[in-house]
Design a protein. Structure first.
Length: 77
């Protein structure tokens, strides 16, 4: 089995967010839980560029898709 290309800290860096464990935990605590009816990319806290990136990565099932899914799950707990 191939290991994921990207991890959660690298996704946060890609999104221009603090990527250290405290920053990631703070982001998740601040923005969760997301309503089940709201797609991750449509959440109001993303910039247009961040939302576009998240949407494209999922639609294209790109390298980032797995870690974007991981973030989505973390924000729904």
């Amino acid at each position: 089995m191939q290991s994921p290309t990207h991890n959660l800290p690298s996704l946060f860096k890609q999104l221009g967010l603090p990527a250290d464990p405290a920053g990631i935990n703070a982001f998740i605590s601040t923005h969760s839980p997301l309503p089940a009816s709201l797609s991750l990319a449509d959440a109001s806290f993303w910039t247009a560029a961040q939302a576009d990136f998240l949407r494209e990565e999922i639609l294209e099932d790109a390298d980032w898709a797995e870690v974007v899914d991981q973030l989505n799950l973390l924000l729904r707990k």
